[in-house]
Design a binder for this molecule. Structure first.
Ligand code: FES
Length: 281
């Protein structure tokens, strides 16, 4: 059993929890994920690790309620327990294997969208801890949907916040901020890391391809069981078929077939929706 030591609502339908899982906290790296199960018969939910405290032995997860299983998770409070909390899974972000001095020479842009801000955070924090300043764009639909702004501000070299409706900071999509930074402010980037909804990653990748910026995306949103068994996260990357949970979750954004990935995600949503209806019946 894994104790929840903190539970709070960050925004409408978006929740943060700290969970006691010392072995996961000791071994995890940015980019990896865990699988959590609430209740004996609960569904397995894969979530990218948002933060970790090796000393306290805790893992921070952030999730959005999209169906019955995540609604059940959201109902848990500090002091409650998860039945299962397995990890760390997936491959860590490639950065952590690179030479720090080489990495310091690179200009890196992180683009986070919505709840995707959570998995971007540990990567930016890791960069900060290693003396690497990076630019970060965080996009949210509205001011109320914006999460982890203060936390990100503390670790980002430069932080650019944008909301789709202009209710906070600048107005517009993250792609408009990228265009502004590159075309108007003369910024150049050696690599871009984009994590957020598939549609956002698709358009960021299309733009960065045009701008010639190599781009990494995280396909966590299409995972279902996270074990390589269900096949839901199968995706075409270039000419190869990959499984996000085993071969990823990070891939070359210029090679991912996003349209195929989005079709799969729709199937998942339908299954979650059905489970939700069952739960309220
Ligand atoms: Fe099921 Fe990857 S999430 S195979």
């Amino acid at each position: 059993m894994y104790k929840i030591t903190k539970a709070e609502m960050l925004a409408d339908k978006i929740f943060l929890m700290d969970v006691e899982a010392p072995r996961v906290a000791k071994n995890c790296e940015p980019g990896q994920f865990i699988i959590v199960k609430a209740g004996e018969k609960g569904e397995r939910i894969p979530l990218t690790i948002c933060d970790y405290d090796r000393e306290a032995g805790t893992i921070t997860i952030v999730f959005q309620t999209v169906g019955a299983s995540t609604e059940k998770m959201a109902s848990l409070k500090a002091g409650d327990y998860f039945d299962d909390f397995v990890g760390p899974l997936g491959l860590p972000s490639e950065f952590i294997h690179e030479d720090i001095e080489e990495l310091k020479k690179k200009k890196i842009l992180f683009v986070a969208g919505g709840v995707g801000t959570a998995p971007v955070y540990p990567q930016v924090k890791w960069m900060h801890e290693h003396g690497i300043d990076v630019d970060v764009i965080v996009g949210a639909k509205t001011k109320d949907m914006l999460i982890l702004e203060e936390e990100m501000k503390a670790v980002a070299g430069n932080l650019y916040v944008t909301t789709d409706d202009g209710s906070y900071a600048r107005k517009g999509m993250v792609t408009e901020v990228i265009k502004d930074l590159v075309n108007n402010q003369g910024k150049t980037y050696d690599v871009c890391v984009a994590i957020g909804p598939l549609i956002m990653m698709k358009f960021v990748a299309l733009l960065t391809k045009e701008l010639n910026i190599p781009t990494v995306v995280s396909l966590n949103p299409i995972m279902v069981d996270g074990t390589g068994m269900c096949g839901a996260c199968r995706v075409t990357v270039g000419s190869e078929v990959k499984f996000a949970c085993v071969d990823g979750p990070e891939f070359d954004g210029h090679l991912v077939n996003f349209d195929e990935a989005m079709k799969r995600q729709q199937t998942y949503k339908t299954a979650e929706g059905r489970a939700m209806l069952k739960a309220v019946e």
